[in-house]
Design a protein around this ligand. Sequence first.
Ligand code: MRU
Length: 346
Amino acid sequence: MTVPFKFTEDDTLIFLDQRRLPWEESHLPCTTAEDVARAIKEMVVRGAPAIGIAAALGLYLGIRDYEGDKEGFLNLLEEKKALLASTRPTAVNLFWALDRMEEVAKASVLPVEKLKKRLRAEALRIWEEDLEANRAMGKLGASLFSRTSRILTHCNAGALATGGYGTALGVIRALHEKGLLELVLVDETRPLLQGARLTAWELEREGIPHRLITDNMAGHFMAKGMVDGVVVGADRVAANGDVANKIGTYALALLARHHGIPFYVAAPTSTLDLSLSSGEEIPIEERNQEEVTTIAGRRICPRGTQAFNPAFDVTPKELVTAIITEKGIVRPPYSASLKNLLEKQE
Ligand code: MRU
């Protein structure tokens, strides 16, 4: 199965370079926290859970060669954590994974050499848990569909965006495994084309039936009765159920509501941020305008034209039919159901 990275016995984090897909399958080896921070920022690796796992492994790489006392160790850890946390602001998994690593380091009474091993194991555990969560979400999400369905998805919430298998694409994979998937409509997802370049690449490799559409075709196919459900991933879910995900998700949710089509969000509990009361508080990453003014390096508008480029938008909770997590499926009112879900977890 596709995975976004490998971690070798001798501590090299090797990324499948997602910037170059589907044209080329090239790999980028990283051995320092600086390398990993750059890979996250430049989107060699992307997708909320994947950047969380990469950051945890990157933090381990940042402290691996330290020699000295515990105080110096914790200072270095803080420094590398800040570096990795400064890469991308929207997906909470990044901060969640770094906090979890820091908590382990702070709570531990182990000597530095053993603590390093403990942190390596913790980062790998975060990866393993994500894979398990994806499979659980796949099973749960597939149970929402009782007959053969056509699913529309946006961006890439697949194996490449996670520890493997995928969140939204995990649900789609599980439906396919059950023989209940007729077709996936893949939004190309401008500006960076994660749908066309990455989701279609994953589906094609596995022989899962799909058709690529441009983002502005979704309403047309919904009106024609060709979409039975929309399933997307998330970068951050606020306490009230508002969902930040790839730019364009909000418009899709509105279209789905108008056409009476269920709109599902698949997100592990590591994507929930109950410290934020609503989506208004979610920081939205602004990226370089060249991503909009060019396609595959070629300018598509006059030289003097400027562009906006928010990487994510917020879908209001009212438009979300249900949120599929590894602990269960939650429905409105989300302020109560999300809280209950996390309490159940503790
Ligand atoms: O900018 P990206 O490619 O990192 O954005 C990714 C998304 O918006 C995904 O839908 C989200 O992270 C969920 S991935 C399981």
